[in-house]
Write a protein that binds this ligand. Structure first.
Ligand code: ADP
Ligand code: MG
Length: 687
């Protein structure tokens, strides 16, 4: 038995892992033995089938147990090409093995000895061959005769090196592997022990053992996340909130420039109803882009105002905060409310003024960005906190705003319809209002997925629409994932220049990008909204919010770079007015694969269907295009297909937290430590 090491032991402890390999491992996110054994295989290769040579079929990949009939022959064909050939036999047949550029094989295979070879059968029935098989002495069962893991690799690491390292890592820490699942939970849900699961997820004894291991690890992952989220939420729901007094909404309704949809009215009544109770509101308003969520927020702010309290409304970008500020002040100021704006790009003097007014209660509602979270921001009497495009904020940021008051009512809004599973994990037991009805007059945006071949036609179409008085959005994301923000910006700049000088010299093309100052951005957006710009090229800053009813075409370059939900958001920027609108998606380098995925966009305009598909295809990690939704990356669970396990894991986590809210019992210690590690990691990645 080897000396047992802790999970925090540096990866270089492993024999054969020096500086260079440690670097390669770190590219895969592996720094410690714990990381290593949690680096689960991407898939498996079934090497369990051992066939007699006489039963082999060309093109199959199998194991053969055979004896070397003669000494291997090494031939030097030409510079850079060495061949080792050896004939092996079993009772019923013979097989010719060829190894390319592996001259060392010559000394490894001894005539008269029996080995197990694993590889692809080639040649014909008359003369069966195998090229470059892996092999070992019969009975070894290290790399043949079993199910082998297949890992996601990076330059400098091969499957063999990785598997060998994992094997050593397991040996080094298996004996004292902490079990994050409390024994009672393991028993209740009939889950394997950690040790068994980690061994068999990498080197399964059988397909059944692999299933048992997977089941346990998926459960564990979902359980730990559920418990972590629940642990963080604790305390908040226990707090007593302030019940506001009911107010007749007709004054507010009467001030609106339009008739509310039934879904909007329902969402408003549900939210306002929540605020009259003495448990704080904890509600998510979900609605497709353009479904009219802002007015729900406005109604809640007005309701708080009628109760003599303040409200705060946080948006993820300056453009969006400013847009909300404009629409809310237009609506609410005539009703006697004092509405303020607080963003990072305001001058220190402007900020000081708003902060002062908030503290003295001279503003009834404030709309802003992260700037609202600043410590200097205090409220006179804050009762309601609203966050828009909610998933763009981390868990900590959301709670930072709420902590500016004692148990305020909380309303969160999301235009990315979040699949129920994900919503459950992120928000736990929150209430949900769904706005599933678009304001009248909205039309379906015709969507097309196109290849480069249609570029000229697309330009023609852009010209035609502009000729009819419409405006066009063009979004160009970064071209290479590894590219820096600088290069990203450069490619957008070059692209915009090309459109202006070469393609549309007679039209007005402008560029807006994430690194412009808020003022400059605002100026460009304002010019576009005023119709002074025909074609607006952007990186992704227009993704949320902006409302330009005259824009009738959205062109997305390299659409394969986006998640479907993001594309749906982008598409929602058009079709907001009375004009027939279109969305053209260039499929980018992804080719057929991305075409298949993007097809969903052409088939449906239903944000929920799209988000479910997105979750299924890309997993939650990529769901919002960035990992800002506050969830750690899933290593093994799949939120789309492991829905049943998720509900059990949540049930188990809730029961556990109810019995031991602080996770202080000895049997829950490993879990608490795991949760603390998760959050440390998370706060390091959130900024
Ligand atoms: P989102 O849900 O994407 O946040 P908004 O609240 O920004 O949608 O609303 C989109 C546009 O629709 C805004 O211009 C808003 O004034 C308008 N709008 C909202 N509700 C209605 C309605 N019931 N009838 C007509 N227009 C509406
Ligand atoms: Mg909105």
């Amino acid at each position: 038995m080897s000396v047992q090491k802790s999970l925090n032991t540096d990866i270089r402890y492993i024999k054969g892992v020096g500086e260079a390999r440690a670097k390669a491992f770190s590219k895969l996110g592996i720094a410690t033995l714990g990381d290593l054994i949690s680096y689960f295989p991407r898939t498996y290769e079934d090497r369990t089938v051992i066939k007699p040579i006489s039963m082999l079929v060309p093109d199959e990949t199998v194991c053969v147990k055979a004896m070397a009939a003669a000494a291997p022959r090494l031939t030097h064909v030409r510079k850079g090409l060495d061949l080792v050939k050896v004939r092996v036999v079993d009772e019923g047949g013979a097989l010719e093995l060829t190894f390319f550029n592996q001259s060392f094989v010559k000394d490894m295979i001894k005539p008269g000895e029996t080995y197990v070879f694993y590889g692809k059968v080639t040649g014909s029935y008359r003369r069966l061959e195998m090229l470059n098989p892996v092999f070992e002495k019969e009975g070894a069962r290290n790399i043949t005769g079993r199910i082998m893991p297949v890992y996601r690799l990076t330059a400098g690491l091969s499957q063999n090196v990785l598997a060998a390292a994992v094997r050593q890592g397991l040996e080094a820490c298996l004996e004292q592997l902490p079990d994050d699942l409390p024994p009672a939970v393991r028993e209740k849900y009939r889950l394997a022990q950690a040790r068994y699961a980690y061994e068999n997820i990498h080197f399964p004894d059988s397909p059944e053992a692999l299933n048992i291991a997977r089941r346990r690890l998926i459960f564990e992952e979902l359980f730990v996340i559920s418990a972590a989220m629940g642990y963080m939420r604790q305390g908040r729901s226990a707090k007593k909130g302030r019940g506001l007094k009911p107010v007749d909404l007709s004054e507010f309704y009467g001030a609106l420039p339009f008739q509310l949809t039934g879904a909007q009215r329902r969402a408003i009544e549900q939210s306002v109803g929540d605020m009259t109770r003495d448990t704080p509101m904890n509600r998510l308003v979900q609605g497709d882009v353009g479904s009219g969520k802002t007015v729900v927020a406005a109604a809640c702010c007005w309701f708080a105002f009628k109760n003599g309290c303040q409200s705060a409304f946080m948006a993820p970008t300056e453009i969006l905060a400013e847009q909300h500020y404009r629409s809310l002040s237009a609506l609410l100021e005539p009703l006697g409310m004092r509405v303020g704006l607080l963003t990072g790009s305001m001058t220190a003097k402007q900020k000081r003024e708003v902060v002062g007014q908030l503290k003295l209660g001279e503003l009834d509602t404030v709309i802003g960005t992260h700037a609202l979270l600043s410590e200097s921001v205090e409220f006179f009497d804050l009762a309601l906190v609203i966050t828009d495009e909610q998933h763009r904020f981390g868990v900590e940021q959301r709670s930072a705003l709420s902590s500016k008051a004692d148990a305020p009512h909380v309303l969160v809004m999301s235009a990315t319809p979040i699949p129920r599973t994900l919503a459950l994990i992120i928000y736990g037991d929150l209430d949900v209002s769904i706005i599933d009805e678009l304001p009248p007059g909205r039309q379906k945006v015709d969507t097309y997925t196109v290849s480069e071949a249609l570029r000229e036609r697309t330009y023609k179409f852009m010209r035609k629409l502009v000729g009819e008085g419409r405006q066009v959005f063009v979004v160009c994301p970064m071209v290479e994932e590894s590219e820096t923000a600088d290069e990203d910006l450069k490619s957008a700049q070059e692209y915009a220049k090309k459109l202006q000088t070469e393609i549309f010299p007679d039209l007005k093309v402008a560029l807006v990008h994430g690194r412009m100052k808020a003022k400059e951005k605002d100026a460009v957006m304002a010019a576009f909204a005023a119709g002074d710009i025909d074609i607006l090229v952007s990186t992704t800053v227009i993704e949320v919010g902006v409302d330009v009813p005259n824009a009738a075409l959205m062109v997305v370059e390299n659409a394969d770079r986006f998640g479907l939900s993001q594309l749906h958001q982008l598409r929602g920027r058009v079709g907001r007015g009375k004009h027939k609108s279109y969305c053209i998606l260039f499929e980018g380098a992804g080719g057929a694969v991305s075409r298949e995925r993007l097809k969903i966009m052409t088939e449906t305009n239903d944000g929920f269907a799209i988000s479910e598909a997105d979750l299924r295809l890309r997993g939650p990690g990529d769901f919002f295009g960035s990992r800002q939704h506050g969830l750690p990356e899933m290593k093994i669970a799949n939120l789309a297909s492991d829905m049943d396990t998720l509900s059990k894991a949540q049930e188990a986590a809730q029961a556990l937290l109810k019995a031991d809210p602080g996770l202080t019992l000895p049997e829950n210690r490993a879990l608490r430590e795991k949760i603390e590690r998760l959050f440390e990691m998370k706060s390091a990645t959130l900024n």
